[in-house]
Design a protein. Structure first.
Length: 445
């Protein structure tokens, strides 16, 4: 996400450090480099122009010349201005006083609307809502089916036209969907609509017809971050053609240069509410301009990391292991397996590492990190008998060979796993003893 842009801006700003005073020439050079980096990342020209002139103006002003550490002050200004172009405060969905709240999705075909519908429904469900998905994309042959699959995965009901009724009317489906939600006490309705490969008048008319029929409280414009410079133009077309209340950036996980993220709000004056970062239902996050700016400047996004860990961790499972250790029981391979599953449920290790501060310098190592390693370890542990898992010390040579064969790995890998596990067991043992002995983490007093 924003890799190249982030590399260049953070490098430029790091170059300023260590300078006691900053001359006008230093500042001009910095602004010029950032400006070039933004343009290369496909950020729309008017947005770049305004950003550069604001950073320059502020950097030449008193807040920098009087600062104890002028370079740090410039970083602060760049951060603040990035937050501004990303929309300032975190945007919110509007919820209706009288449910159901209606959310309509709009965007080009392939933008990621249907996928997003499932992600959003899952997210709302986790927040305590009871969403209903409505399949009003009757253009794309497989769209209804795809929404049904996504809904099933998210555990959310899908309202769709009866199959075999010929090509239905998307406006009627949308209206029926909202009426069904009201009758059956769903409090949020998400209406998926059709897109085309390019902007065209017929599509806009259909979107307007659906809009006028269901009067949505939110219209979310879904835009593929990978379409680069085009994002600004498509956003303008949708703003003028249908209008929208908020933006969702999809495919931010790709090699996107990030221009869409940094242009759409500046051009349309609508906040980015969510970001989609992969094909799985969990690859979804609220969009926080300040946190995103920190990520771009390689300052990390620890808040999002913690939130995701909290949401996806199985607290009960974690506490079980902790209390076992506290009672002085030995950490065994079953506990290890349960830990691995927790890590896996948090999603990609690579993505998590990317959210830590100052990680850009380790980029190569992170890129080489292989998420499938966890799967291999899991396979090895699964190939062990319950006795072996509880008594790793008893795993001798012939058992190792059997485990390697059963898990499709090699004896070397099994050896490595057991060695690493031994180290870990030692570490866990001392944590456990500390807890059991009423040390720092034990009973008060
Ligand atoms: P729609 O035509 O707007 O409904 O788009 P879809 O939801 O069908 O998405 C089009 C393609 O993009 C599908 O293959 C999705 O799996 C994929 N996709 C959607 N969102 C993301 C994302 O955030 N990241 C990645 N890598 N792929 C995505």
């Amino acid at each position: 996400m924003f890799d190249n842009l982030s590399d260049r801006i953070s490098k430029t700003l790091k170059g300023l450090r260590g300078q006691g005073r900053l001359t006008e020439a230093d500042i001009d050079k910095t602004v010029r480099e950032i400006r070039r980096a933004l343009l290369d990342a496909d950020v729309a020209v008017p947005v770049v122009r305004q950003f550069a002139s604001r950073v320059r103006e502020r950097a030449l002003g008193a807040e920098v010349s009087k600062a104890l550490n002028p370079a740090q002050q410039v970083v602060k200004i760049v951060h603040a201005e990035l937050v501004e172009i990303l929309g300032g405060a975190t945007g919110q969905l509007q919820f209706a006083k009288n449910p159901p709240t209606v959310i309509m999705l709009a965007g080009l075909q392939g933008a990621g609307k249907t996928t997003l519908a499932g992600k959003l429904a899952k997210h709302l469900k986790e927040e305590g809502h009871t969403p209903l998905l409505v399949a009003s994309d009757l253009q794309r042959p497989n769209a209804v089916n795809q929404l049904q699959i996504v809904g099933e995965r998210a555990g959310v009901k899908v309202f769709a036209p009866e199959p075999g009724n010929g090509v239905g009317d998307p406006v009627v489906v949308a209206l029926d969907g909202v009426a069904t939600a009201a009758r059956e006490q769903y409090d949020v309705v998400i209406v998926d609509t059709a897109g085309r490969l390019g902007v065209d008048e017929e599509m806009m008319q259909q979107a307007r017809d659906i809009r006028d029929a269901v009067e949505p409280h939110n219209i979310l414009f879904v835009v593929d971050a990978m379409i680069g410079q085009d994002a600004a133009r498509v956003a303008e077309a949708f703003r003028d053609g249908v209008g929208f209340t908020g933006v969702v950036l999809s495919k931010l996980d790709g090699d996107a240069r990030g221009g869409a993220a940094l242009s759409v709000t500046g051009i349309t004056d609508r906040p980015i509410l969510f970001a989609s970062t992969g094909e799985a239902l969990g690859d979804f996050e609220r969009f926080h301009p300040d946190r995103m700016a920190s990520r771009i400047l390689d300052m990390g996004d620890v808040l999002t990391l913690i939130e995701q860990a909290e949401k996806r961790m199985d607290r009960e499972e974690a506490e079980k292991v902790a209390s076992k250790l506290a009672q002085g029981e030995e950490f065994n391979l079953n506990d290890f397996m349960s830990m691995l599953q927790q890590i896996k449920s948090m999603g990609s290790m690579k993505k998590m590492l990317g959210m830590m501060p100052n990680m850009r310098q380790y980029k190569q190592a992170i890129d080489q990190f292989d998420d499938s390693m966890i799967t291999r370890i899991e396979a090895m542990v699964q190939s062990m008998t319950p006795f072996e898992r509880a008594n790793p010390k008893e795993i001798n040579g012939s058992r190792r060979a059997r485990i390697a064969k059963g898990s499709g790995t090699t004896v070397t890998e099994v050896n490595r796993l057991l060695d690493q596990f031994k180290q870990m067991q030692k570490m866990m043992g001392s944590v456990g003893r500390g807890m059991a002995g009423g040390g720092a983490m034990g009973a008060p007093g």
